[in-house]
Ligand binder design. Structure first.
Ligand code: SF4
Length: 196
């Protein structure tokens, strides 16, 4: 019997961005989030059944076919709501030498406390994890790529260090045209101001 390929629900892709982590990155927003933080930038990504269905294998191939990128960033939606397929995607990308960054609404302590092998498998693929709920009353004013001041950037591998200049540069937001849609991504406080 052949194994079933891990299926992933994706809300949005931006193949080349400098506003979602260090260097030029392929950004994947997964569909579905059970946490529902008030003030979330992406409420259209709450429902688990929306989005586009793909396989981790196909998406990894798309990431690896994108020239000049330093890594993959997975945002949401909630990546740990689709833990197995996201782990598969991240493993494939990291095995090819790219870095992997994930943004989760769960704290690292909450994730570790679950004691789940699939959660540990995904954590083991990460260079960077930004964790914690988005708190609209605590907007982050300084740190790049982070929405609210309660959230923590965890350096889970030696690949990056907090003192690297890329982590201390000013925060940014970007505007992209992807498949005829205008997408504004990056620093939530600025991105929200740019949205029509
Ligand atoms: S965890 Fe992230 S995607 Fe989910 S509701 Fe909170 S801010 Fe939105």
């Amino acid at each position: 019997m052949s194994a079933v390929a891990p299926v992933l629900r994706v809300a949005q892709l931006v193949p080349r961005t400098e506003a979602e982590g260090p260097g030029l990155r392929f950004a994947v927003w997964v569909q579905g989030c059970p946490l529902r933080c008030p003030g979330c930038c992406n409420p259209e990504m709450f429902a688990a059944e929306r989005g586009t269905v793909t396989t981790a294998e196909a998406l990894a191939a798309q990431v690896l076919a994108t020239p000049g990128i330093e890594g993959l960033s997975v945002l949401g939606g909630e990546p740990f709501a689709q833990t197995g397929p996201v782990a598969e995607l991240c493993e494939r990308v990291r095995a090819a030498g790219l870095s992997v960054m994930v943004f989760s609404g769960y704290t690292l302590a909450e994730l570790r406390a679950q004691g789940r092998p699939d959660v540990e498998r995904l954590l083991a693929t990460l260079d960077l994890l930004v964790d914690g709920r988005y708190e609209k009353d605590l907007p982050e004013q300084q740190r790049r790529w982070i929405g609210s001041s309660n959230q923590v950037m965890h350096f889970l591998s030696p690949r990056y260090a907090p003192e690297d200049p890329t982590f201390t540069a000013p925060n940014t937001a970007e505007v992209h045209l992807v498949e005829g849609r205008v997408i504004i991504n990056g620093w939530p406080a600025l991105a929200n101001r740019l949205r029509p």
